[in-house]
Ligand binder design. Structure first.
Ligand code: ATP
Length: 611
């Protein structure tokens, strides 16, 4: 953990040099600050000889009033230099803290983006959000404030002890007699505080999870009128978090009173011995005051060092959680020298592919097929039969357990993921929009697209007219918190996004489910144009949608049980024919067929009776 922390700090060493210099100056000033008082007490009031360094600097015959002036002036100078040093060290430590937090956020989020989907399938989003915000903030707070305090306090303690030993080592030993007790106590408490802090952080991230889930699924919550249940869920977790935080606080709070009591014992002992020596005339009152001032200033930092153990624990737990994310190694294996796909014709082949999300439980068994460039392949089958999984393997969201997936003859494991996915476009059941202008949402498929390309894609996707009618046209902010769009409008933006990508391979996963007839008509028109000339996989619930496909794969429980054209399969009397018969009974009289070629119009808007 220390090595990790040092690695984080390393790029900022010039700032740290400034910080440490300023701190050293500040500490020196703090050490010097009681001396003017001692000089006034001993050499101005009592006419004792001034300290030899001062006598050397000012000359032995300096008058008492001149000495008073020097003492008063020195008080101001010491305070000013100390203030400046404290300003410089405070600013630069905060800046180091902020930049460390920035670096951590970048690397954690970057790492999360690189991790494969199988990691994200298993991971709740809440704790990850909480790591990027709260855990990193704890590290930043620590680096910005606690580190400063700890360094200043430690320097002060060491400096004070050195001076005190020089002044009067016996008194110093008397005063320090209590510190071993303090050390043992603080050490024992440390482990308890750490565990309690870990508990608090876990519960806080559970709260983020609940809020994130509840607000993310607010429509479902409302639809099922489960607002009260969600509130209770949060309340229960929030109570647990309060309990954990209070327990942690109780444990930590023990430290303050114990330190204060031990300090009082040490101070009383010095006062008792010192006063007797002053009365006996073996020590001046000024020396005792200086010693007691040092003692007071020694225990202050000791107390605050004990208090900062909390920040240390929080930062350590924060770093521990950040490390856990950074150490997660769920990236897809990289080929030694991956090939960059430049031009892709669009041939897609599965060779004996067996795959399971959990290695022991395959959801696809020995799947083989080949799609020639430009072909339309329908993928149908009962729910859960593995249709979406086939699509996920083409884009290498996961690697097959056995067999291989090939694009233009290249095993997808041998090509760079970026170049592979750069040649694939998706239109999914629901299009996710980002909180950004419409044009940017479309350009997500091709970030360097020009305005003309964006408009052209929107026109082909039947989206241009409705976009123009939005309050700010292409600049209208959509997505969460933006102008709401209907399901059909979102899908057409999804088609425009896929269109602009100009990818030779297109995957459509039930892109028209849940749309009304008119939206469906417009979306189909967009899809028909989009799929032209591309190898297109259409995962469809309505069998009739893919009746014009060059080949239909019928999946059942992860196996391809039939394949062929619609007419062949309908005539065969197998699963496809069964599904067709069921749909004929339960579906509307006419179903739209996805047919490619030609412009908008009757050709790709054919409606047929399901059978
Ligand atoms: P539907 O028509 O309902 O969308 P599908 O035919 O597309 O279903 P898949 O989504 O491919 O089916 O799912 C196939 C099997 O894999 C199912 O048993 C499902 O529970 C499982 N599965 C799907 N996604 C995951 C995942 N991310 N992690 C674990 N199991 C999954």
């Amino acid at each position: 953990m220390l090595v990790f922390a040092l690695r984080l700090v390393r790029p900022y060493w010039p700032r740290l040099v400034i910080v440490v210099t300023a701190m050293l100056i500040g500490t020196a000033m703090s050490l010097a600050s009681p001396w003017p008082l001692k000089i006034v007490l001993d050499s101005v009031f009592d006419a004792r000889p001034m300290p030899s360094a001062l006598a050397w600097a000012l000359g032995p015959n300096t008058s008492r009033m001149a000495l008073l002036n020097v003492a008063a002036g020195a008080t101001v100078v010491i305070a000013l230099v100390q203030a400046l040093a404290s300003y410089v060290s405070a600013y630069f430590t905060v800046s180091v803290g902020q930049w460390i937090a920035h670096d951590l956020r970048q690397s954690v989020y970057g790492h999360l983006q690189r991790l494969s989907l199988s990691y994200h399938d298993r991971q709740q989003t809440g704790p990850l959000i909480s790591t990027i915000t709260d855990d990193i903030n704890a590290v930043q707070d620590f680096a910005s404030t606690a580190v400063l305090d700890i360094v200043i306090d430690s320097l002060t303690v060491v400096g004070m002890l050195a001076v005190m030993f020089t002044l009067n080592w016996r008194f110093t030993l008397v005063a320090l007699a209590v510190t071993p007790l303090l050390g043992v106590f603080a050490y024992r408490l440390r482990a308890v505080i750490r565990q309690a802090t870990r508990d608090v952080r876990r519960r806080q991230s559970e709260i983020v999870s609940i809020v994130q889930e509840g607000l993310g699924a607010i429509r479902v919550v409302k639809a099922f009128a489960q607002g009260a249940f969600e509130r209770q869920r949060l309340e229960a977790k929030s109570r647990e978090s309060v309990d954990a935080a209070l327990y942690a606080r109780r444990v930590r709070s023990l430290l303050g009173p114990v330190v204060t009591s031990l300090v009082a014992v040490g101070t009383a002992a010095v006062l008792w011995f010192g006063a007797r020596q002053v009365v006996a005339g073996t020590m001046t009152a000024g020396s005792l005051v200086v010693f007691l001032t040092y003692l007071g200033r020694l225990f202050g930092p000791v107390q605050s060092l004990a208090r900062t153990s909390t920040n240390v624990a929080q930062a350590a737990i924060g770093l521990e959680r950040v490390r856990a994310v950074l150490d997660a190694d769920a990236r897809l294996p990289r080929a030694a020298q991956p090939h960059r796909l430049e031009h892709v014709d669009g041939r897609v082949e599965f060779e004996h592919v067996t795959f399971g999300y959990d290695p022991g439980r395959p959801v696809l068994h020995d799947v083989s097929f080949a799609a020639a460039p430009g072909e339309m392949i329908g993928v149908v089958g009962p729910s859960g039969s593995g249709k979406s999984t086939v699509a996920a393997l083409i884009a290498r969201f996961y690697d097959p357990g056995e067999g291989s997936v090939r694009v233009d003859g290249w095993d997808v494991r041998q090509v760079t993921i970026r170049s592979l996915r750069g040649h694939i476009a998706f239109v999914l059941q629901e299009t996710q929009l980002f909180h950004a202008p419409v044009w940017q949402n479309i350009a997500y498929g091709k970030p360097d697209a020009t305005r003309d390309e964006i408009v052209a894609a929107a026109e082909l996707a039947q989206a241009h007219d409705f976009i123009e009618a939005l309050p700010d046209g292409y600049d209208t902010i959509v997505g969460q918190g933006g102008v709401p769009l209907s399901g059909g409008q979102r899908q057409r933006l999804g088609i425009a996004r896929a269109m602009i990508r100009e990818a030779p391979i297109l995957i459509m996963d039930e892109p028209t489910s849940g749309l009304d007839a008119e939206s469906e008509r417009l979306v189909f028109e967009g899809l028909a144009r989009l799929s032209e000339g591309r190898t297109t996989f259409v995962i469809a619930h309505h069998l009739a949608t893919v009746r014009d496909a060059d080949c239909i794969l019928v999946l059942d429980a992860g196996r391809i049980v039939e394949r062929g054209t619609h007419d062949e399969l309908a005539a065969r009397g197998g699963l496809y024919a069964d599904l067709l018969a069921t749909q004929t009974r339960t579906e509307p009289a006419e179903v739209r067929v996805l047919t490619r070629g030609g412009s908008a119009g009757d050709q790709n808007q054919r409606r047929v009776r399901p059978q």
